[in-house]
Design a binder for this molecule. Structure first.
Ligand code: PPS
Length: 288
């Protein structure tokens, strides 16, 4: 398979060469945003696919036709991926875009526009667990080794896509400068209906109650797990092997409790405190 063993680097962050080239990364950093663009920003495994689905449905007023007939990576393509130019619907308004890039890569390009940014964050403990399982099924990522080893690399930011801590601090540090809406995976989980309404207000896309209900139903974990346009089963088995771990794996909050030893938990909390202690971020998760 293409460039499976190649690693690209951008802003000190390693990225899978299967999805990124130096050209695609350069193009992302100089992308011309429009004021009408909507950019979903996430660290991997934080709720990207969920948000792509919710936004598709908000703009389609709850009609699932597009969400059920076009793959998510074509509906809301990743800015930094090699296929981005082909996938971008130039004439669409708004253009839905996705990125995992750290803020500094897109800072200059974004400051030229009033594009809307939706940042989705997830409890980093659950993010690490989900990312670990994803490494087992995504052949373009390195073998994660033991969970113990992977967790240490996640904490010191040497996994691909870099440090979770730098990612969230970089983006949320720009809340005043950007038109940025911050929401957590845990909020989506706790009250999807309310989250859909808040998003529709931010996007200036009002919805009727039955449209909100249709979106809520379509975006449930069980419904999205069955949607081939969102669950990545269209990707060839040699690239994503769902028998190792399905992309739509569990979709729960707090799965870290079934993975972390008490010692790993203590270490994680220590690093979290060192990295995030001084931050004033509204975080929706508890670490115990
Ligand atoms: S990626 O590869 O970065 O695009 O992955 P991402 O979509 O950010 O994260 C995948 C995790 O999100 C879960 N997911 C959901 N949870 C609840 N409800 C819905 N509808 C939903 N859709 C996706 C998915 O199961 C992955 O989490 P884990 O914990 O591994 O199950």
């Amino acid at each position: 398979m293409d460039r499976m063993d190649v690693i690209e680097t951008m802003a000190g962050v390693s990225l899978p060469g299967h999805l990124h080239t130096s050209e695609s990364l350069r193009a992302a950093s100089s992308f011309q945003f429009r004021d009408s663009d909507v950019l979903i920003v996430t660290y991997p495994k934080s709720g990207t696919t969920w948000m792509q689905e919710i936004l598709t449905l908000i703009y389609d007023k709850g009609d699932p036709h597009v969400a059920k007939s076009i793959p998510n990576w074509a509906r809301a393509p990743w800015l930094e991926h090699t296929y981005f130019k082909e996938a971008l619907q130039e004439s669409a308004e708004p253009r839905l875009l996705t990125t995992h890039m750290p803020f500094q890569v897109l800072a200059a390009a974004l400051r030229q526009s009033k594009a809307k940014v939706i940042y989705v964050a997830r409890n980093p403990k659950d993010t690490a667990v989900s990312f670990y399982h994803f490494h087992k099924m995504a052949r373009f990522l390195p073998n994660p080794g033991s969970f113990e080893d992977f967790l240490l690399r996640f904490l010191d930011g040497t996994v691909q896509y870099g440090s979770w801590f730098k990612h969230i601090k970089g983006w949320l540090g720009q809340r005043e400068e950007l038109s940025l809406f911050y929401i957590t995976y845990e909020e989506l989980h706790q009250d999807l209906r309310c989250s859909i309404k808040r998003l529709s207000t931010f996007l200036g896309c009002p919805l009727l109650p039955d449209q909100v209900e249709a979106i809520e139903q379509h975006c449930s974990f069980s419904s999205m797990s069955q949607n081939a346009m969102a669950n990545y089963t269209l990707v060839p088995h040699e690239i994503m092997d769902h028998s190792k771990s399905p992309f739509m794996r569990k979709g729960t909050v707090g799965d870290w409790r079934d993975h972390f030893t008490p010692l790993q938990n203590i270490l994680f909390n220590k690093v979290y405190q060192e990295e995030m202690g001084a931050s004033d971020l509204r975080l929706q998760w508890t670490l115990d």
